[in-house]
Design a protein around this ligand. Structure first.
Ligand SMILES: [Zn+2]
Length: 463
């Protein structure tokens, strides 16, 4: 099988993945700032990293995946103030919702999910080092990173310091030496959360959080750092600068060797944004669609491409899953052999920079084969299909429950549906076809699709 090739933002090219330690792969991805609901763009990042982790687990004996929780941030402080609730209540509420939403999308819980507020000590130590080495300075109770002190600044994003100055729309605080200098530590007023530090009571800036937490949980260097495209600059650029400067690393890859960034989710070609009012929240989408459907829609496009989010791709994903589960339903009685591995074709597709659309195409080919194969081949093909689906995080549900209940089973009166189906069966037996068709239409209008199979009728929600 081909070696895993990954597009490395550091260097901007596809490279063969060479692990730092092949017995233990270490991956970090920036997690959510927990002050509101996750949107589909956040979900794409989590699903892409989950796909990477699942695939790496199919190749290597041990993978540690860390994704943090940012639970201290000005947006959190402001939201808590506006909604008049304690900060920890706000953050724990949205951390819980985030994890529930991601779990509904079959995103496996990260092995470690460090919280920023639990790593203040490590952040202070790192900032202290940066000050001592003249990479950071204190100005008006703030500690700032001096971007001119780190020669490789801009290596990830390709942006140079001059670009930043020209492109800076934010008013530059007068205590900054250079407009691109960023905050490592800032003072807190008495009513703001804060921690004691050598520079007074205050709180960390966002970028230093990930540098401190990745080092603490994975040690440096680690293999892969992931995140959404919008994090490339300044967040990831700043992470590299802080960590490499603090440890006197010669090369940027001495912090993290490979950087992957997933493309934006767009709506009719426009980037999702609050001001355009086109943000889709995962929590809302999950009321209408199953998490597995949303996941398939998210991985139907290659992770680096922009993903145009619309009802068409969700419907296609739903239809695709219905079809595969229908094929699996036919072989429900055939025992599963968990020792049969995922198809080599699926692994081959993913080895090319996680080509999930190609992998899905291969999944559908196996499903096709399974629907037409000889009895003697069924066990192998079914097992291979399910093992392959596991790497993609799909088709792990029981076909009966998927086909019967579709997604929003809470709103469905199953008993009434079964009664109508029974009535229709009797009508058909008595050759009262108009009556039978009327019942089918009625079910249809309730959002229930039915299918006659031999003597049985199966139904599912169309959502
Ligand atoms: Zn981060």
């Amino acid at each position: 099988m081909s070696k895993f090739k990954i597009h490395n933002t550091l260097g901007h090219k596809k490279e063969v993945f060479i692990p730092i330690d092949e017995n233990h792969i270490r991956i970090y991805a920036c997690g959510p700032t927990v002050y509101n609901y996750a949107h589909i763009g956040n979900a794409r990042m989590a699903v892409v990293c989950d796909l990477l982790v699942r695939y790496m687990r199919s190749l290597y004996p041990k993978v540690t995946y860390v994704s943090n929780i940012t639970d201290i941030d000005d947006k959190i402080i402001n939201t808590a103030l506006e909604s008049n609730i304690p900060i920890n209540e706000l953050t724990s509420k949205y951390e819980k919702i985030y994890n529930q939403n991601m779990s509904a999308l079959n995103v496996l819980q990260p092995d470690v999910q460090p919280r920023a507020t639990e790593h203040i000590k490590e952040m202070i130590e790192l900032i202290d080092k940066l000050i001592k080495q003249n990479n950071a300075y204190i100005a008006e109770k703030h500690v700032l990173f001096d971007v001119t002190s780190y020669k490789n600044y801009g290596v990830l994003s390709g942006r140079n310091k001059e670009d930043q100055i020209a492109g800076s729309r934010v008013e530059v605080a007068n205590y900054k030496k250079n407009s691109g200098d960023f905050i490592l530590w800032k003072p807190s007023t008495d009513d703001q959360p804060g921690w004691k530090s050598p520079w007074g009571r205050g709180r960390p800036g966002w970028h230093i959080e990930c540098s401190a937490m990745s080092e603490k949980t994975l040690s440096l260097p680690f293999d892969i750092h992931g995140g959404g495209l919008d994090l490339t600059f300044p967040h990831h650029e700043n992470e590299i600068a802080q960590s490499c400067a603090a440890h006197n690393f010669k090369e940027s890859k001495d912090y993290a060797k490979y950087w992957i960034h997933n493309g934006f989710v767009t709506m009719d070609g426009e980037k999702m944004s609050k001001s355009l009012g086109n943000i889709f929240l995962v929590d809302d989408l999950l009321k209408e669609y199953s998490g597995e459907t949303l996941r398939l829609a998210l991985i139907s496009t290659h992770y680096r491409q922009p993903l145009n989010w619309n009802s068409k791709i969700i419907d296609q994903a739903k239809k695709n899953l219905d079809r595969i589960y229908r094929i699996l339903k036919e072989v429900e009685e055939i025992p599963l052999d968990i020792d049969i591995p995922a198809s080599e074709n699926i692994k081959e597709a993913l080895s090319d920079d996680l080509n999930s659309s190609k992998a899905l195409f291969e999944i559908n080919l196996i499903a096709d084969k399974l629907s037409k194969c000889k009895e003697s081949e069924k066990k192998f093909l079914k097992s291979s299909l399910i093992s392959s689906g596991k790497i993609l995080g799909i088709i792990q549900d029981s076909p009966s429950s998927w086909l019967k209940y579709g997604s929003n089973n809470d709103n469905i009166d199953s008993k009434m549906i079964e009664e109508l189906i029974e009535k229709r069966k009797i009508a058909r037996k008595e050759k009262q076809y108009t009556e039978a068709d009327n019942i089918r239409d009625k079910l249809n209008s309730m959002g229930i699709e039915i299918e006659d199979k031999n003597d049985d009728t199966i139904w599912r929600s169309k959502n």
